[in-house]
Design a protein. Structure first.
Length: 288
């Protein structure tokens, strides 16, 4: 089998006030065992498996996926994925950023898990192919690209199936809700535990088991995710954004931002379909 791959990046940068901005799209028939990563992305990125099988790693969890499954990569998350050796997957993808991106992905089946099953609708994949054809023609009309992107979201926002490892524990879901509603405040783990009425140590163990990271780590990652939204959709300064996202020190904010995304806040602000800044490969230590 021969690898067949196309990926189209936009050339023009959308205005900073955009609530949703298209980044790039692509489609690939992978070779057996073809892999990507570990890497961090600067966009929200959804892959749709058209046929075949493969494996996706995110949040320190392994997901074995097949035809009609989809997986989401959020800005700053370290992920790794590879095609099955005998039945390698063919998939298509779209990437986007903006203040509405987090809420949209949650409404499309990714509220508690980075994987789901997408509806059996030829029009969904055709919308991605249409984006690729449109951009190949040299036309980057924002309204047209967004109309195709929203058409994809329309199909996904209809009833979808969360297939694997959703956060089933009610305490974990409530804690995540509290974090998302109060991330900009000066939060402590004890305060979180009080809000959901459990012991702090119990919350730590439960959250770590269910989510894969501790509550403090989740809070920091969520603050960084919200910072990416503000960086791409407002003209506020780096200092203003750091305080608005719950960081009391701008230097600490920049250090955390670089740690999770691989980019500085200043570099991220320039990202909008710029290929060389669309992802950051992660170096993995080789075991002797």
């Amino acid at each position: 089998m021969q690898r067949n791959m196309i990926e189209i990046f936009r050339k023009n940068i959308s205005g900073e006030s955009s609530s949703l901005s298209f980044g790039f799209a692509g489609r690939e028939q992978c070779m057996g065992s073809h892999s990507f990563g570990p890497a961090k992305r600067a966009h929200y990125l959804i892959h749709f498996i058209i046929k075949g099988k493969g494996v996706f790693f995110a949040d320190e969890k392994k997901y074995v996926l097949k035809q009609r499954d989809m997986f989401l990569i959020r800005p700053g998350e370290t992920t790794f994925y590879y095609a099955d050796e005998e039945d390698p997957w063919e998939y298509a993808w779209v990437a986007f950023v903006g203040s509405d991106a987090a809420q949209i992905t949650e409404s499309c089946g990714f509220a508690y898990s980075p994987v789901a099953t997408y509806p059996d609708s030829p029009e969904l994949i055709e919308s991605i192919d249409d984006i690729i054809r449109h951009m190949q023609s040299g036309d980057e009309n924002d309204y047209y690209l967004l109309s195709r992107l929203y058409n994809i979201f329309y199909h996904l926002s209809r009833p979808v199936i969360n297939t694997q490892n959703a956060y089933k524990n009610e305490i974990v879901r409530r804690t995540i809700g509290v974090i998302r509603s109060n991330y900009f405040e000066k939060l402590t783990i004890q305060w979180l535990a009080d809000q959901v009425r459990v012991d702090r140590t119990y919350l730590y163990r439960l959250f770590k088991k269910e989510v894969g990271i501790c509550p403090k780590e989740y809070l920091t990652q969520y603050r960084i995710r919200m910072a990416t939204v503000m960086l791409s959709t407002t003209n506020q300064s780096i200092k203003e954004i750091s305080y608005a996202c719950g960081f009391t020190d701008t230097s600490l904010f920049s250090i955390c931002f670089k740690k999770y995304l691989g980019f500085t806040p200043q570099q991220f602000r320039k990202i909008d379909g710029i290929q060389q800044l669309s992802f950051q490969m992660i170096e993995v230590e080789q075991k002797q």
